[in-house]
Write a protein that binds this ligand. Sequence first.
Ligand code: GAL
Length: 442
Amino acid sequence: MIRTFREDRVRRTTVLRVALLGALALVLVVPAAGYGGQAKKAAPQASCQLQVFSWWTGGGEAAGLTKLIKIWNKGNPSCQFKNETVAGGAGSNAKAVLAQRLSAHKPPDSFQGHAGAELRDYIKAGQVEPIDFIYKQYGFNKVMPKTLLNQIKYNGHLYSVPVNIHRANMLWYNPKVLKDAGITKVPTTWTEFIAALDKAKADNVIPLSLGEQWTQKHLLETVMIATIGPTRWAALWKKGGSANWSSPGVTLALNRYKTLLTYTNSDASALTWQEAGKLVADGKAAFNVMGDWQDGYFSGSKAGDNLALKPGTDYGWAAVPGTAGVYDWLSDSFTLPKGAPHRAAAVKWLAFLGSKKAQDTFNPVKGSIPARQDANPKLYGTYLKWALKQWKTDKLAGSLTHGVVASNAWNAAVDTALGLFLQSKDVAKLQTALVAAAKKNA
Ligand code: GAL
């Protein structure tokens, strides 16, 4: 069962009180057995708590995290989980809060960071510890793909444990809405996409539902990948790649993006990704572009705030038109911050996250495929079974919005440029700002 934020707060306070009372009565010893390589050395800790920072507060994200918390708390009665989530999809609020905590030297025991450039920000700033010893002890490098490990490595050392792999370039749709609007084929090309959006418009539904600004950047990245392809996409993020940003391919992509915005709901900036997705689920919109956490939200059990829809019947999916065979990927990983208040517990948490049990418990609910390659596909739903196959054959493109290709600073520069564009709709200005952002940050 997913609790409301208020219930959660009350519960956390109660858990904290119980833990403090317990600490008065006995000296707590972190168990030596289990996942934590460092646990043997740990000194007895009064009021141990595992403070984990993420932005998973709704949909399949919260449901998946709740499952992990249950297992953790059962196995660690003397060091209960303290859920330090900050609401806001894609970490839109959480990352700023985290930055403040880290600069004030008040880190949690572990925090969520995307594999790739985003994680490298924390590494370069000296805010996280290398955790090669965990990989060595549990053999994680043998069960996780090299591509992924390369994105969490810096100067030969590993810095986080990835829990999953997500796909950003997904088109979600309502089959009944498409049928009613006379859209007989799910679009696979730009021309087909526009034709389908026109049909939806003529049928008086929202052709393409959209949410707050980070989801607008998410849409932009998928249109860019569709237009210029994964190779030229990768070149945009390389050192000295700023010239690529002024190419005609990027101009075309930005113009296409501008066109797409004319098919979206006018209240986009006020909607979360779930609210934008729900417009499709409720039959008020035909399409939505979002990462595959949308599958967790759509198909997840109603015990939380998920919709319990039937995959394939109540909703359908395809790659964003023009991106079939491309996996615009990202990965959620967790770190060991320097100065983690309960380091031994944090090490144990990271070892747990990399385990098959944790990954096969979390991901079917979250709407992501596991980072481990030895997961059991039978445990995954219809969409994820499909995604597991696609991951093996598709070309890879790293996500912008979710930290793979660009640092937090570069992302912030794109956010500013995009924010201005959403007001002015001036493509030339947007492109100039993107060139400047690349010059400064590549
Ligand atoms: C992404 C994150 C996903 C999902 C999504 C929406 O950045 O990697 O796990 O949570 O944001 O919040």
